[in-house]
Design a protein around this ligand. Structure first.
Ligand SMILES: Cc1ncc(COP(=O)(O)O)c(C=O)c1O
Length: 403
């Protein structure tokens, strides 16, 4: 049997030191975040309660929590500051569970929600057979403009007025352009619906002011993963100005969605929020510039990049046209990802390319030419490992405090 430590060391050596990672759902964390994840906080509990139990009042079901409770309060304060919201929680263990806390807070069995269809990049977890089926919810899809790759605001407003859903939840896994939330806000007000934005993919860009600003544009709630364009540990967060929704969502955490919120993760997220407060603006702007440059450079090398008419992207993602890959290169997105992985370039197998992690590793627009050359070479079946290794050696963690 192989040793666990040995496997992890091999993984780290490969993924952390030798590969160029272009998966839009992933990122790298700072030394400080890593050391917090390995701290004693990962072995502890806290459960502030303030309730009577067996005839006496319990303040906290556990003891020894004084620093741990302060860390959570600090993290929530930082999240409120970074996202300019009245309320924040870092309790959700993931973006998915933040979504579940929202669905359970806003909807009752039999209620209708409106979401983006996964056919146009909506998050799979909101498709009828997944969370909605578990929670007994009806799902309707928001009208979508495929050429602009955004919700069609006029048609969506009409559907919201006709369907009167309890919740309109905008959550895209394939997201390149901001949605018109203001148009939806008006329709939601008239229909009495909650408008929520799952910014799992674009959270780091929202935090840095480089994408859209859902809470200012009309969303009642912003939730998401903390490890995609936001460079924290794997986890989730929720921010909102609405005290009613905040309390209902937090209430849905303990003993409904989970028991333990994993305090090393919360502390590490607080550290990532500190880094975001200090460096998040520059990072987010550079991510978008890099993604746009990568789109341009890939197209120059005959890769079928979508949305040239809109400048390819305004987020961290660039999308390739599957049919175009097949027609021009004779490979599907899975084969594309396999050929790249052979050369230590890591992409997902659904034709998305993300500039977030290489940006955190210090890459600038000028590096996108080299990256595009390596991608095109690997996709043609050439051995580009030496070039990848040379490029990788020139990158190092940026937008972080000194280790
Ligand atoms: C829009 C969206 N929401 C939620 C999730 C789930 O995130 P997590 O893996 O943090 O649960 C994803 C995952 O890709 C996503 O794209």
């Amino acid at each position: 049997m192989r040793d666990v430590l040995d496997l992890v060391a091999k993984h780290d050596e490969w993924r952390l030191r030798r590969t160029i990672n272009l998966i839009p759902s992933e990122n790298v964390t700072s030394e400080q975040v890593r050391s917090i994840l390995a701290s004693d906080l990962g072995d502890r509990y806290t459960l502030p309660w303030g309730k009577e139990w067996h005839g006496y009042v319990i303040e906290n079901s556990y003891r020894g929590t004084r620093y741990l409770d302060e860390v959570e309060a600090l993290g929530e304060r930082l999240a409120r500051e970074v996202f300019r919201a009245k309320h924040a929680t870092l309790k959700p263990l993931s973006g998915h569970l933040a979504g579940m806390m929202l669905l359970a807070a806003v909807c009752a069995r039999g209620d209708r929600i409106m979401v983006l269809d996964s056919r146009v990049g909506g998050y799979d977890g909101y498709m009828p057979e997944y969370m909605p089926r578990m929670l007994g919810l009806q799902v309707e899809f928001l009208p979508f403009d495929e050429s602009e790759w955004t919700v069609d605001p006029r048609a969506a407003a009409e559907r919201i007025a006709a369907s009167r859903p309890k919740l309109v939840l905008i959550g895209g896994s394939f997201i390149v352009f901001p949605h018109n939330l203001r148009a939806l806000r008006k329709a939601c007000d008239e229909a009495g619906a909650v408008l929520a934005y799952d910014g799992s993919h674009v959270l780091g860009l929202i935090a840095g002011g480089a994408f859209q600003d859902p809470l200012r544009e009309g969303a009642d709630v912003l939730l998401g993963s903390t490890h995609k364009s936001f460079f924290g540990p794997q986890g989730g967060l929720v921010v909102t100005d609405r005290e009613d929704l905040y309390s209902q969502m937090v209430e849905n955490f303990t003993w409904r969605v989970a028991d333990n919120a994993h305090w090393h993760r919360i502390a590490a997220t607080a550290q990532a929020l500190l880094e975001t407060r200090a460096f998040g603006k520059d990072y987010a702007r550079q991510v978008v510039r890099n993604a746009q440059a990568l789109g341009r450079e890939l197209e120059k090398r005959d890769l079928p990049v979508k949305f040239a008419h809109r400048g390819y992207t305004k987020s961290h993602q660039v999308h390739l046209l599957e049919a175009g890959l097949m027609k021009r290169w004779g490979i599907d997105p899975n084969e594309f990802s396999v050929r790249l992985e052979r050369n230590d370039i890591i992409v997902d197998s659904v034709a998305r390319i993300g500039a977030n992690e290489v940006t955190r590793m210090g890459a600038k627009e000028s590096d996108m030419e080299g990256i595009a050359d390596l991608i095109a070479g690997a996709a043609r079946g050439e051995d580009t490992r030496e070039g990848v290794s040379a490029l990788r050696k020139g990158l190092s963690l940026s937008y972080a405090f000194p280790a």
